[in-house]
Write a protein that binds this ligand. Structure first.
Ligand code: SF4
Length: 292
């Protein structure tokens, strides 16, 4: 065997760039969000345990310099509890130097686990769950077919935190289009306040042509925000976000103005920076520098 076994495109959060990526599932169990083209045409499936075991053996022998593991693809938390427990136990036994295991978990998969089950996973090394919240606006969540209500999203996020697992959420600037931009911003600020995650990544929507949203843009039924409108939305969102601690980041390559806000202490300073940018006193990232 000459490497880890991957099928299709492997996506991981930017903060997992230096992690051992073990692919446990193929695709995403939901696969219906209107803006997402990541797993289009991929039928969701759980990979054979023997293949994953071989990957763990390979990593144990060859990747001892890496300290973290990320379980891909879209929603590894959907695995039955016994299988996740076995997997985390194997990682712990064969790679005892691993300091943290992370995965993407959507709200439905989180809610299928009891608090006790999540605590069991935490005790076996699950240290961080990445949850795509996208918006706190109930209408926007319906429009983008997130497949989960605002209430369930809050419940899922809080359950992860209560289990003592770090929670990193992403929200999407521009996802509600022009008309609902400010409703989306305020409701998203308020859902972040209710969930109170450890990390927030506010990413800017990049419309992909192979998605339903891409088709809506072409038809003219969805309006993409310009850089200034995105900044106004970011400002409104941040102003409505009250986190007890943690980081609010808006520094993804797709964002126009990179910011890193230590909450709650740096919030006012960040709002002032955005105001300066809105007055044209801070340079925004030029269009050609944006990348996925
Ligand atoms: S849940 Fe995530 S990976 Fe799945 S379709 Fe939605 S955005 Fe894409």
């Amino acid at each position: 065997m000459d490497g880890l076994h991957y099928e299709g495109m492997i996506i991981r959060p930017p903060s997992e760039a230096d992690s051992i990526i073990l692919q446990i599932t193929r695709g995403c169990s939901h696969n219906k969000c209107t803006f997402c083209g990541t797993y289009k045409g991929v039928r969701f499936g759980i990979k054979d345990e023997a293949i994953v075991d071989r990957d763990i053996d390979y990593a144990a022998k060859n990747l001892q310099f890496l300290r973290r593991v990320f379980l891909a693809d879209g929603d590894a938390l959907i695995l039955p509890q016994e299988r996740l427990v076995r997997l985390l136990q194997k990682i712990r036994t064969r790679m005892p130097w691993i300091q943290r295991v992370g995965l993407y978990g959507n709200a439905k998969s989180i809610l299928r686990k009891s608090l006790q089950q999540l605590k069991e996973l935490r005790d076996l090394g699950l240290g961080i769950v990445y949850l795509g919240v996208e918006s706190g606006d109930p209408q926007t969540l319906r429009d983008i077919r997130k497949g989960v209500s605002r209430e369930k999203m809050v419940e899922a996020g809080r359950r992860v935190r209560q289990a003592g697992i770090k929670l990193s959420v992403t929200v999407l600037l521009g996802i509600a289009g022009r008309e609902r931009s400010l409703e989306h911003a305020r409701a998203t600020g308020s859902i972040l306040s209710e969930i109170d995650p450890h990390y927030v990544g506010a990413l800017t929507l990049m419309v992909l042509p192979n998605t339903e949203l891409g088709r809506r843009v072409q038809e003219g039924t969805f309006e993409v925000l310009d850089p200034r409108e995105l900044l106004v939305e970011l400002r409104e969102m941040l102003a409505h976000t009250h986190m007890s601690r943690g980081l609010f980041l808006s520094n993804h390559a797709s964002n126009y103005l990179p910011i890193k806000v230590k909450m709650p202490t740096d919030k006012e300073r960040a709002l002032a920076l955005i105001d300066e940018a809105l007055k044209g006193r801070v340079r925004l990232k030029p269009e050609w520098m944006r990348a996925l």
